[in-house]
Design a protein around this ligand. Structure first.
Ligand code: FDA
Length: 301
């Protein structure tokens, strides 16, 4: 089994995930998770805002199978929206539909999302639906389309590894979109497996949305992609207000600050909460060197 597959299978293992939470088996995850609770994450966001960096905040959790757990997650996100609003933070929400009950019942999930988006809309806050693995993709797009009939403060993510991505980005060109390479294990029938093919598609999607779309979040730690985007926006006179670079909390902090100093909009994806295990394992899956980042900090404390 390849290392990537090994970590992805660990990310989906419920028993280990529960054990990790229950026994506080932190493995250094605190360096890439911005806090265990609302109060802690607010402090982390404030610090980033002071450096001229915006945030998208994710209350960690996914693949929920109990209604009560999904409702608890919804209530936490509503409280987070309140906090962003009252503390006047430069931040918006990222969420995973499977945390809000997508695997239980789509109508139940839709109602939860509706409540969140409606409240965020009242507070002038944007909500982004993270894109999960392919079985959840069309349902996520369908719920988004329905919500966009009433609200314009909601968008999602386009994954460049998917063959269908160009059609999807065209379909949602009037939305604010985050474009990424894609983090899940998908079959060759539906997804590019070759890194170069993914990178080429990634750049084409970014260029399309920069020139045809509403607002583009370019979410990557790849300096080659970032440098290409810098060159492209210059060539096509794309104003800096029309796009931002997004990076994950704890990753390439130097680059985050450097981009902000150069005058680009930078937004950091800030995860918080107890349910960090799946997120953490996917990060190890996609870049095993990430384990160095974590272990070095654990042992150099
Ligand atoms: P990738 O991992 O392909 O690395 C390319 C090169 O960049 C490396 O070879 C190295 O040179 C450099 N590099 C990368 N990381 C580095 C580091 N830490 N330090 C130094 N150099 C580094 N996925 C998804 O499916 N759904 C989603 O909703 C999201 N959301 C999301 C939000 C944000 C803000 C980000 C940054 C990413 C996501 N993703 C995601 C994950 C995304 O799909 C992808 O899996 C990861 O970002 C990894 O791909 P990269 O483009 O970062 O570079």
């Amino acid at each position: 089994m390849a290392l990537r597959d090994f970590f992805i299978s660990l990310s989906e293992n419920e028993a280990i995930s529960t054990a990790a939470q229950n026994y506080g088996f932190k493995l250094g995850a605190q360096h890439i998770v911005a806090g265990a609770n609302l109060q802690e994450v607010i402090e982390s966001v404030r610090t980033l805002n002071e450096q001229g960096i915006a945030c998208t905040i994710d209350n960690l959790g996914e693949f929920v199978t109990e209604e009560a757990t999904a409702i608890q997650a919804k209530d936490e996100i509503l409280a987070l929206i309140e906090a962003i609003h009252s503390e006047q933070l430069n931040a918006h929400i990222s969420l995973k539909p499977s945390q809000l009950g997508l695997d239980i019942d789509i109508d139940f999930c839709y109602d939860n999302l509706h409540e969140i988006v409606e409240h965020a809309n009242e507070c002038g806050i944007f909500v982004n639906f993270d894109m999960e693995d392919s079985p959840r993709l069309q349902m996520t797009f369908d719920m988004l389309k329905e919500l966009q009939k009433s609200f314009n403060n909601v968008g999602t993510v386009i994954q460049a590894y998917l063959h269908r991505a160009k059609g999807d980005i065209e379909n949602f060109k009037d939305s604010r979109l985050r474009v990424v390479k894609g983090a899940y294990k998908e079959s060759e029938e539906i997804a590019y497996q070759d890194q170069l093919e993914i990178d080429i598609n990634f750049l084409e999607l970014i260029e399309y949305h920069l020139t045809h779309g509403l607002f583009t979040s370019i979410a990557t730690h790849d300096h080659n992609i970032i440098n290409h985007v810098k060159y492209f926006v210059e060539q096509y006179n794309i104003p800096k207000e029309k796009f931002e670079f997004q990076l994950l909390y704890g990753f390439r902090k130097d680059l985050q600050v450097e981009l902000a100093r150069e005058g680009y909009q930078v937004c950091v994806y800030v995860p918080y909460g107890e349910d960090w295990y799946g997120y953490f394992m996917r990060l190890l899956a996609e870049r095993p060197q990430n384990i160095n980042l974590v272990t070095k900090r654990v042992f150099n404390k």
